[in-house]
Design a protein around this ligand. Structure first.
Ligand SMILES: NC(=O)c1ccc[n+]([C@@H]2O[C@H](COP(=O)([O-])OP(=O)(O)OC[C@H]3O[C@@H](n4cnc5c(N)ncnc54)[C@H](O)[C@@H]3O)[C@@H](O)[C@H]2O)c1
Length: 252
């Protein structure tokens, strides 16, 4: 029998127009949740919406740039206006613009990366938490990365932004632990999405897989499964945790 463990719940997914976010939105919908797809990419968001509706799921797409406060406010207003509440939020939108060493660090790239990956996550949490406090609880998962747990040669703006995601997850988690809001992070290794295409172009999929003790990269659905678990009652005592879903990469 199909898993309907999120029936009646309302789940918001940012960056749901592609990759990990799309897989998570589709998985939430398959488990019975009403899903809000948020993404700056309109074509991608509409494709995810079409996939969910074609399977009989309930979803809406709200074009959103998570780095813009007004857009995030409007996103939460549309969510609550349409579905009445917000039970689960997966703050996942992220960018990795270029792979450069520190001596080639570019100020504009750094600022854009932090604006989306870190400030965007903070903006989403701010307005999600306001709604969750009104209704008496909820669960939030933020997408960090294995690059938030350890240093991996790559863009310093991206790696530092993902360390910050874990920091802001822990701070907020402790602030709301007694008020019914559980906040955690997920730390993927390499996943087969658009974001990994440049790395695969440089080192090939086998090269990227070789970094992972499990000997392969992940499919987006493997990250989605971890996100749904963190949002579920099964994770009721999990608070402020950066969960590695990385084929053993961070364990090395
Ligand atoms: N793919 C990996 O190997 C990997 C590993 C670790 C962490 N991550 C993280 O996972 C998350 C999802 O990445 P992905 O791999 O699915 O990549 P992806 O490029 O397939 O998806 C990212 C989505 O975020 C959206 N987005 C970008 N900027 C946005 C903004 N300002 N507002 C709203 N949406 C925006 C994009 O349009 C895209 O649809 C990111 O935070 C990324 O850093 C990915």
């Amino acid at each position: 029998m199909a898993d309907r463990s999120f029936a009646g719940k309302v789940a918001l997914v940012t960056g749901a127009g592609s990759g990990i976010g799309r897989a998570t939105a589709v998985t939430f919908a398959a488990a019975g949740a009403r899903v809000i797809i948020a993404d700056v990419n309109v074509a991608g968001g509409e494709e995810t919406l079409g996939t969910i509706r074609a399977s009989g799921g309930d979803a809406m797409f709200v074009p959103t740039d998570v780095s813009e406060a007004n857009a995030v406010v409007a996103l939460i207003e549309r969510t609550v206006g349409t579905y009445g509440r917000l039970d689960c939020a997966f703050n996942n939108a992220g960018i990795n613009l270029e792979l450069v060493p520190t001596e080639e660090w570019d100020e504009a790239v750094f600022e854009r990366t932090w604006s989306v990956n870190t400030k965007g996550m903070m903006l989403c949490m701010k307005y999600e938490i306001r709604q969750m406090l009104k209704q008496g609880g909820g669960a939030i998962v933020n997408t960090a990365s294995v690059e938030g747990l350890k240093s991996i040669p790559g863009d310093p703006g991206y790696g530092s932004s993902k360390h910050a995601v874990i920091g802001l997850t822990r701070v907020a988690a402790l602030q709301y632990a007694k008020r019914g809001i559980r906040i955690n992070a997920v730390c993927p290794g390499a996943v087969r999405t658009a974001l990994t295409k440049p790395a695969i172009a440089i080192m090939g999929e086998e090269g990227l897989a070789g970094f992972h003790p499990i000997g392969r990269i992940a499919e987006p659905e493997e990250i989605a499964a971890a996100v749904l678990w963190l949002c579920s009652d099964g994770a009721s005592f999990v608070v402020g945790h950066p969960l590695s879903v990385d084929g053993g990469l961070a364990a090395q």
